[in-house]
Every structure is written in structure tokens, then in C-alpha cells.
Design a protein around this ligand. Sequence first.
Ligand code: ATR
Length: 282
Amino acid sequence: MLELDPQTKYLAVLGSPIKQTLSPLIQNHWFKQNKMNCAYLALEVASKDLKVAVEALRAFNFVGFNLTVPLKTEVLPYLNFIDKAAKTIGGVNTVAVRDGKLYGYNTDYLGLDADLKSKNILAKGKNVFIYGAGGAARSVIYVCRKQGAKNIFIANRTYKKAANLANKFHIQAIDRNETERYLESSDIIFNASSCGLNTADFLPFDINQIKKTAFIYDLICLPRTPFVRLAKKRHLKFDTGEGMLVYQGAEAFKIWFGILPDIKGAKKLIKVKQGPSLAGVV
Ligand code: ATR
């Protein structure tokens, strides 16, 4: 247990549902490691209560907070300042409270970029297929564009949302009937949807056409999503979101405290502690 006293500084992650989050585990580990009198909480906050919650954290002088599903876009109207990348992406996952003002950043894209680079996977010159069209997909698009992807295809359960994102980011929305054709020419396939969070979820497309050399990256931190099962079955290279989670947390830590914490240790900690009950989305 953390020892709290009147000097303890507080941080938190807000979202709904929140019980799956791994962020307190990581951030509190870094506080302990750096002998900081800080505590990081997981707070269940429904969309309708976000305004009040954000105002309360500001009033309580929290150092900062993170936002997860579904609050990354919803928080935007309540912030005093939004960093340029976060504005383009259209989502904030990290807020710093400075002199009573709220500064919003996006470290998800930094986390994904760092994780891909650490694994030597670069979108430069590649065809990228993204499944999902919510907040997470926006960060994936941003990173792939920044890395110089040749083509970015986006598909989603609800086509209209993919079409909207395609329009905003000037990429190509793929209709359900065309999915297999585009998968066939894709080098990196991202699952940026929530498909796989529930055990009953099934793979949203036919997998036979995927290249042998394709890389599957599932942003969900779970060992047995339909995407991971597909990768294993077809002997494809794959990865899940733990690396991105640690890197985005480290970048948030840096925004709050000005130092980059220990990445390696946090990755190990997640591996050891992670069981089905702890799995979650970034
Ligand atoms: P996040 O911020 O994590 O991206 P989100 O904005 O709520 O969360 O987006 C969730 C994405 O996962 C959406 O693209 C959603 O598809 P819809 O637009 O059709 O709702 C997708 N999604 C959620 N559950 C899914 C499932 N079981 N199968 C396929 N896609 C799913």
C-alpha cells in the first residue's frame, strides 16, 4: 500500500469502464522507484460527469490526469490549452494542471511511435490497414502518416465513422465488401477497435488473404484477442499494446515531472502482473 500524508500529490486516470486499467500499476511503480510522495488513482467517470470531475481535480490541485475510453475527445471543451498534435488527432489523454489551468496533450501517439520504433517496425513506404475508427485509430493514423506510410486504409464496424476519419485525414475508407482485397496488399495491420476486449468478439474479416510477411499490431493489452489468435494461427509476426501503454505513460510522466522514467522496469512489471483481470486498452 502507498503511504499517504497531507503532502501527497495526486494524479489519476479517468474513464468508463476503468477497472481494467494498468496505468496506476505503472505510475505508482515509478513514484516508488523515484521516492516521490505521489499517488495515482483510477477513477470511474461517466461522460455526463466529466465536466464536474475535471473541475474537481483542478480544485484539488491534482498534478495532472490521464483520460481513457470514452473521454479522450469529450474532455477537449474543458481545457485551457491543447497541444498542436492533440488538436490534429482530436484527442487528449494527458492533462497537466499548472497554476489552476488545464493543459492537454496526446501521448498515445508518442507511445505508439516509440513502441513501433523499438521493434523496428516502421510504416514508411508501407501499406497500413487500420481496423477501428474511434479515438485510438486517430493516433494510429497520425503516427503512420508521420512515419511516411505509402497508403493508409481504414475499416470499421460502422462504415460511416471510417469514412469521416478518412475524410479528415485524407486516407482511404474501406467498405466491408472490399476489406479482403485491401488486407491482401497491407504490410501492417492495426486493431485500433475494441474488438477483442470481450471474449465473445470475433474477427471482423476473412483472414485468408493476409500476407505472410504482414505484421499485426493489436492495441488491446490481452494475450488472446481474435487478432492475436489469427496471427498465431497463421504464424505472422504480431504485438499487443503493452509497449505503447508503457511509453505513453512515460511521456505523460515526463510532462508532469520533467523526467523520463524507467521503461524497461515498467514493461517487466506488466508482464509479471498481467492476467486476464488486468488486461485493458491504452
Ligand atoms: P477508443 O477511444 O478506444 O478508440 P471508441 O472511440 O469508443 O474507443 O472507439 C471504439 C471502436 O471500436 C469503434 O471503431 C467501434 O466501432 P463502431 O464505430 O462500429 O462502434 C469499435 N468496436 C467496438 N466494439 C467492437 C466489436 N465488438 N467489434 C468490432 N468493432 C468494435
